[in-house]
Write a protein that binds this ligand. Structure first.
Ligand SMILES: O=c1[nH]cnc2cc3nc(NCCN4CCOCC4)[nH]c3cc12
Ligand SMILES: [Zn+2]
Length: 374
């Protein structure tokens, strides 16, 4: 068994690549999509479901788990793997993004970011050292540094100033967690907004800090697809080729394809789980809005060749009924299907890259997911 942090590249196709990342809780084949388990659960699924649908690594949110039930409690319960009975790899983000998107009254200083809890309004400080301590308590296999996700539309001066703070925070995170300590990996997050030279500067500064992997942050923050792709294609090659590259918060099938084409190895997004709960289902023929009247008497499965329990057992008519009736089983079946689709989509993408036919795969999938449809 390789040491955690070992990243071995497999066959590639253009800039798209396959790889294998070793973590303390197992190996991950890349490119990989990570289902989001915000509060220590991938909503409506149990760990057995995650194994059945082929999930290899899941994401937990440091911000949420710190506020509730508390990272010290999770540590006392043996860490997040034991607490949630998931023995596969877990990546925890640093919480910075959630602080900006969820909490009120936040203030950024050199020390860190102070904020009030969205749950009870209590005051908290996330410093680089505090965030690393929380992620170490959770026992995550891959920890993310504390960074500032620069808001979309920030001007150059603000973006440049923020980049410097993000690097100083990354430096403090690295100092707080020695490489591979307890088998826990630490990834840096490149910022720099939508300024290519600032992105290059951020990447250069973080590469000097020798992280075990590198993420592109500050994207999927409200920009147009063209703006995201412009930065994606320009910044990804700046990340070390021999380390995992993670595009945070992405995304829709079309964006996964673009990310893989650019050389991204890891993705996470709430899309498949959140859309499952609002009746939007993903298939290889495109999206299905299960609440549509056209499915009212449709006795056929959602996707004939999908191996998931929902498709093997129930008709579209029944899935539609459950959704319209707001039955709890709707969340579970729709989530089982959507995550099975994302898992199959990534497995087919990996195979296409290995066989040198990724562009053909991308073209076929983009036909099912046209620009307007994401
Ligand atoms: O710079 C970042 N630093 C640390 N974490 C992040 C997480 C991020 N997540 C998104 N986008 C998520 C967009 N979602 C798309 C689907 O609907 C919900 C929002 N962008 C992100 C940027 C960062
Ligand atoms: Zn299915």
């Amino acid at each position: 068994m390789n040491l955690p942090g070992t990243f071995t590249l497999g066959p590639g196709d253009g800039s798209a690549r396959t790889g294998r990342l070793t973590t303390a809780h197992g190996e991950i084949e890349t490119p990989v999509f990570m289902p989001v388990g915000t509060q220590g659960t991938v909503k409506s699924l149990c760990p057995d479901d995650l194994r059945t649908i082929g999930a290899r690594i899941i994401l937990g949110n440091t911000y949420h788990l710190y506020l509730r039930p508390g990272d010290e409690l999770v540590a006392k319960m043996g860490g997040l793997h034991r607490f949630m009975a998931w023995d596969g790899p877990i990546l925890t983000d640093s919480g910075g993004f959630q602080v900006f998107s969820l909490s009120g009254l936040r203030r950024i200083t050199e020390e860190g970011v102070t904020f009030s809890s969205h749950i009870d309004g209590s005051k908290h400080l996330f410093s680089p050292e505090k965030v690393i301590s929380i992620e170490r308590n959770l026992g995550s296999d891959i920890m993310m540094v504390l960074d500032e996700c620069v808001p979309y539309g920030a001007d150059r001066a603000y973006t440049e100033k923020s980049l410097g703070l993000t690097t100083r925070w990354a430096t403090r995170c690295r100092a707080a967690h020695a490489p591979l300590d307890r088998g826990q990996l630490l990834f840096g997050i490149v910022q720099g907004g939508f300024f290519k030279d600032l992105r290059a500067e951020s990447a250069r500064q973080l590469i000097d800090l020798a992280f075990e992997g590198y993420a592109l942050g500050g994207l999927s923050v409200g920009e147009s697809r063209a703006e995201m792709y412009d930065i994606l294609y320009d910044a990804t090659p700046l990340l070390p080729a021999d380390k995992p590259r993670y595009l945070m918060g992405v995304g829709a099938p079309r964006d996964l394809l673009a990310g893989m084409a650019a050389g991204i190895d890891m993705f996470d997004c709430v899309l498949p789980t959140r859309n499952a709960r609002n009746g939007t289902l993903f298939t290889f023929q495109g999206k299905v809005n299960i609440k549509r009247a056209e499915y009212r008497e449709d006795d056929s499965p959602l996707e004939a060749d999908c191996p998931c329990y929902a498709c093997r057992t129930f008709s579209k008519a029944y899935l539609r009924h459950l959704y319209v009736a707001r039955e709890l089983l709707s969340y579970r079946l729709n989530t089982l299907h959507n995550l099975t689709f994302f898992s199959r989509f990534m497995a087919q993408a990996r195979q296409a890259i290995r066989e040198g036919r990724f562009e053909a795969f991308r073209t076929a999938m983009e036909a099912a997911y046209p620009e307007t449809d994401a």
